[in-house]
Each structure stands twice: as structure tokens, then as C-alpha cells.
Design a protein around this ligand. Sequence first.
Ligand SMILES: [Zn+2]
Length: 89
Amino acid sequence: MKYLLVFALIGLVFWMWRSQRMDHKNRPDKQPADKPTNSSGSTGTSRTLVPATEMVACAFCQVHLPRPDAVAGQQALYCSTAHKQLAGE
Ligand SMILES: [Zn+2]
């Protein structure tokens, strides 16, 4: 009877440990499974983020600057109106 109790306790502890491990196992398993959908979703979000942070190179001095800060010429983008004029636009 004493052994039965010990076995029951061990069985309970083992079951709890196993279910906890399964939980831990399930979480990392779920993340990679979610990641493809998340990464495809994040590419969608990065796509929306890209226009704000997109870097363009000045056609005159090749300096990189955020696209919103760039001065648009007829054929290219420039870092400043001075370089736009120097480039002959
Ligand atoms: Zn420039």
C-alpha cells in the first residue's frame, strides 16, 4: 500500500513534469509554425514601413539619405537642390 502511494506520487510528478515539458515543447513548435505566417505578414508590414525608411543614393555624390529627404530631379534623386543643379537638372 505504501509503494502504491509512492508510485502514484511519482506518476503524478512525472505526468506534471511531462505536461509542463509538452507545454514548453509546444510553444517553440508553435512559433516556427506561426513564423511563416508572421514573416509573410511582417513582409507586408515591412513593405508599409519601407517607403518611410527607404534609403536612396544621391545621383551626384552617392550619399544615402531617406527617400522623403531626397530632392527629386527629372531623372534621379539628389541629396540637395545644389547637387540637383550641379547635376544639370
Ligand atoms: Zn549629393
